[in-house]
Design a protein. Structure first.
Length: 392
C-alpha cells in the first residue's frame, strides 16, 4: 500500500522501460537520474512500450513496494511528452494510471508544473506552508540537501559496484570508511575494521579449541610414482689444496614432476618355424596370440586407449583422429567407431553379469554423471548420463 502524503512527489519515466527488469534494476535506474533517490519516499512510475502496463515503485519506510498493472484490453492514457519532458496539467492523466493500478489514489489537483531532466521528469507538489520564506534559510536548506544527495549517490554507487561489478572489483565486506554515508543496519560485526597491531591494543584470550593442522604439499610428490634418479657429479673430485681425494659428506635432493608423452609404436610379433632336416614333415611353430579385432592391425592396448579416452575423458572420436594424425597415423573416424563397437561386444557378457547382480540386490543406490556427446544434424552436443550403481 502506497501512503499518500501532502508533500508526495511523483516521478514519471519519459521513455518506456523493459518490464523484465526487477525491483532492484528499477531502483538502480532511478538512482542514475539527477536529483532522484529511490529511498526518498516518492512514487516512480514506469510504462511499457505498448502502454498496456505500468509499474509504480515507492519506498514505504521499511521496504521497497512495486505495484504492477496489466490491461488485457486498451491502453493507459499517458501525459504528453514534448521536447523529452512530461507535461502534467490539472486534469492529470496520472490519476487514471494510479486508479487502474488499484493500489493508491492520486488527485491531479495535487500536482502542477513540470521539471525537465535527462531521463525522468519530476512533477513537484506545491508546498508553500512547508517551506520557509527567508532566502537565507532556503539557501541553507538547498545546500544541506545537495550534501545529503551527494552522500546518497556515493553510497549507492559503492553498493552497485559491490553487487553488480566485476568479480575482481567487488567488495568483500562493507567498510564504514569506504562509504560516505553510514548505512546503519547494513554494517555487521563482520564488516568492522581489524584491531591495531601495536602494543596498546588489549590482548585477546586464546581460543580453547585446538587449531586444525593445515594440509600443505610443500616439495612432496606422491610416493607411488616411480623415481628416475639423475646424479650430477662435480667436474673434479680432488682437493684444490692438497690434491687429495674428496669424500662424500652429504647430498642435496630435489624432485620435479615429469611426464613421458604418449608414444605410438609398432608391436612386431615374430613366430619362428622349426623343421627337421631328416624328416619331410613336422613343422613346429608357436600359436598366434589372440587379438581383440580378428584380422585387425591394432592391439588390445590401443582399443582400450580409444574407449577410455572417449567415455572416461570425454574425448570424441574426431578429436582422437586429429591427435593420431599429429603423430603421422591417419585413421578414419569410422575405423575408431568399429573398434569401440568391437570392444562393446566383448564387454557385453560382463555387462549382463553386472546387471543380474544389481537386480538381485534388495537395495540399489544410483548417481547420475552427465556427459556431453555428439548429436549429428543439430550442430551441437546433447547431454547423456552415466549411471553409477551401488547395491547393498
Amino acid at each position: 500500500m502506497i501512503a499518500l502524503r501532502s508533500d508526495l512527489k511523483v516521478v514519471l519515466a519519459a521513455q518506456p522501460v523493459d518490464f523484465r527488469k526487477s525491483i532492484h534494476t528499477l531502483s538502480a535506474l532511478v538512482s542514475e537520474a539527477p536529483r532522484a533517490n529511490p529511498y526518498c519516499g516518492d512514487v516512480f512510475v514506469f510504462r511499457s512500450k505498448r502502454m498496456d502496463r505500468v509499474k509504480l515503485l515507492a519506498w514505504d519506510d521499511s521496504s521497497m513496494v512495486l505495484v504492477t498493472k496489466w490491461l488485457h484490453q486498451g491502453r493507459f492514457t499517458w501525459p504528453p511528452i514534448r521536447d523529452g519532458a512530461v507535461h502534467l496539467g490539472v486534469d492529470a492523466c496520472l490519476t487514471q494510471a494510479c486508479e487502474a493500478a488499484g493500489r493508491c489514489w492520486l488527485r491531479g489537483e495535487d500536482f502542477a508544473g513540470a521539471w525537465s531532466g535527462r531521463t525522468y521528469r519530476l512533477i513537484m507538489a506545491i508546498r508553500p506552508d512547508a517551506l520557509p520564506t527567508d532566502p537565507a534559510a532556503l539557501t541553507e536548506m538547498m545546500l544541506a540537501l545537495d550534501v545529503e544527495n551527494e552522500k546518497l549517490r556515493v553510497a549507492m554507487q559503492t553498493l552497485k559496484e559491490m553487487i553488480f561489478g566485476k568479480r575482481s572489483e567487488r567488495l568483500a565486506v562493507i567498510v564504514a570508511a569506504q562509504l560516505a554515508l553510514e548505512l546503519g543496519d547494513l554494517e555487521t560485526d563482520a564488516t568492522t575494521l581489524p584491531a591495531p597491531t601495536d602494543d596498546s591494543a588489549p590482548a585477546t584470550k586464546p581460543s580453547d579449541k585446538p587449531r586444525k593442522k593445515a594440509h600443505r604439499n610443500i616439495g612432496a610428490l606422491p610416493k607411488h610414482l616411480p623415481r628416475c634418479e639423475q646424479v650430477l657429479e662435480p667436474a673434479a673430485t680432488a682437493c684444490p689444496c692438497c690434491q687429495g681425494r674428496l669424500h662424500k659428506i652429504g647430498e642435496d635432493v630435489s624432485e620435479v614432476l615429469d611426464v613421458i608423452p604418449a608414444m605410438l609404436r609398432v608391436l612386431r610379433t615374430i613366430r619362428p618355424k622349426y623343421a627337421c632336416h631328416g624328416c619331410t614333415d613336422g613343422v613346429v611353430q608357436a600359436k598366434a596370440l589372440p587379438r581383440l579385432v580378428e584380422g585387425g592391425m591394432v592391439s588390445t592396448a590401443l582399443v582400450a586407449h580409444v574407449v577410455v579416452s572417449k567415455f572416461a575423458w570425454y574425448l570424441p572420436l574426431y578429436r582422437q583422429v586429429q591427435i593420431l594424425a599429429g603423430q603421422g597415423i591417419h585413421l578414419d573416424r569410422a575405423t575408431l567407431a568399429n573398434l569401440v563397437k568391437r570392444a562393446a561386444w566383448w564387454l557385453k557378457s560382463l555387462y549382463e553379469l553386472q546387471l543380474r547382480t544389481i537386480q538381485a540386490s534388495p537395495r540399489l543406490f544410483c548417481v547420475e554423471t552427465p556427459m556431453p556427446v555428439l548429436d549429428p544434424g543439430r550442430h551441437r552436443t546433447r547431454i547423456c548420463q552415466f549411471l553409477g550403481a551401488c547395491h547393498g
